[in-house]
Design a protein around this ligand. Structure first.
Ligand code: C2E
Ligand code: MG
Ligand code: MG
Ligand code: MG
Length: 279
């Protein structure tokens, strides 16, 4: 079989590539009507205080349900949207939708903080903080209910990043560095920035008991985060033993399928009504 495949390798991969390009083009084209067709939705994954198992907030994660292509994961369509220049509009929608959801939950007696993910292209724009301020104002929402998650890639433009972070801090919006450990920045570098939280990438958490290097890296991150006064959140927790490791080593917050996958707003509200701190 391998031999047969080897023989047809060229054609096999050419065909595959064409398939991929066709799908990419389809996605890019479909992006233009996705918003007006209401194909986007935010799901919400609870953030959990590990010692009690209770939720203290949620992260909003974008979902796109295309009538033909089905659920398209953000990891697939966000890079396409970025290169197509569609991310600005999408980002605005995400922030506006998250603000509206916070308001709706507040009206139903649920007081919950929502963090949205922002790609570095958005974050790098001069008017990013002003846009956030505008969205909060339009929704008549006080800033401490909204959080922003950005990845280490924003460190490429350190001076601008510092300025935007300071503006967000002045506003009172909570900021977390996402996927920490996968990029090139150090906690030391982060310590010079006005951020509130660091999220340990799930690739570290997944291997915590099998890979001693990752385990010791996680321990180092935990102790440095403590020294630097960052809130630390572990991503991708799927097993009890990971919770035990994290608690034993002083990391008190996390997210993962063990507690809850990202949920549609109604399901997230049900979860929060049952499991929210102070609920
Ligand atoms: P992220 O912000 O690091 O989000 C965590 C991802 O891990 C989510 O994937 C979530 O569904 C998944 N996850 C949560 N718990 C577990 C677990 O226990 N195990 C495993 N294996 N995975 C888990 P998702 O929703 O597919 O999002 C992927 C990435 O896409 C996000 O990573 C974020 O970088 C980006 N993204 C999502 N929504 C948005 C958005 O509205 N705007 C922007 N700019 N990026 C977004
Ligand atoms: Mg995130
Ligand atoms: Mg992450
Ligand atoms: Mg990620």
């Amino acid at each position: 079989l391998a031999k047969e495949r080897g023989k047809n390798n060229f054609q096999f991969f050419t065909y595959k590539d064409e398939d991929l390009i066709a799908r990419k083009e389809k996605i890019e084209h479909a992006l233009y009507s996705a918003l007006s067709n209401n194909e986007f939705e935010l799901y919400y994954q609870p953030k959990i205080a590990l010692s009690s198992g209770k939720a203290y907030g949620v992260e909003a994660l974008l979902r796109w349900r295309h009538p033909e292509l089905g659920m398209i994961p953000p990891a697939e369509f966000i890079p396409i949207a970025e290169s197509a220049g569609a991310m600005n509009t999408i980002c605005e929608w995400v922030i506006q939708e998250a603000c509206a959801q916070i308001k709706a939950w507040q009206a139903s007696g649920l007081n919950v903080n929502v963090a949205v993910n922002v790609s570095s292209i958005q974050f790098d724009q001069d008017d990013f903080a002003a846009n956030i301020a505008g969205a909060l104002k339009r929704s008549r929402l006080s800033p401490e209910h909204l959080g922003i998650e950005i990845t280490e890639s924003v460190m490429c433009h350190l001076e601008r990043t510092k300025k935007t972070l300071q503006e967000l801090k002045n506003l009172g919006v909570h900021v977390a560095i996402d996927d920490f450990g996968t990029g090139y920045s150090s906690l030391h570098l982060l310590s010079q920035l006005p951020i509130d939280a660091v999220k340990i990438d799930k690739s570290f958490i997944q291997d915590i008991l099998t890979d001693p290097n990752k385990a010791s890296l996680v321990k180092t991150m935990i102790s440095m985060a403590k020294d630097l006064n960052f809130e630390l959140i572990a991503e991708g927790i799927e097993h009890d033993h990971q919770v035990k490791f994290l608690l034993d080593n002083g990391c008190h917050f996390g997210q993962g399928y063990l507690f809850s996958p990202p949920l549609p707003a109604n399901d997230a509200a049900n979860f929060l009504h049952r499991q929210m701190i102070n609920a």
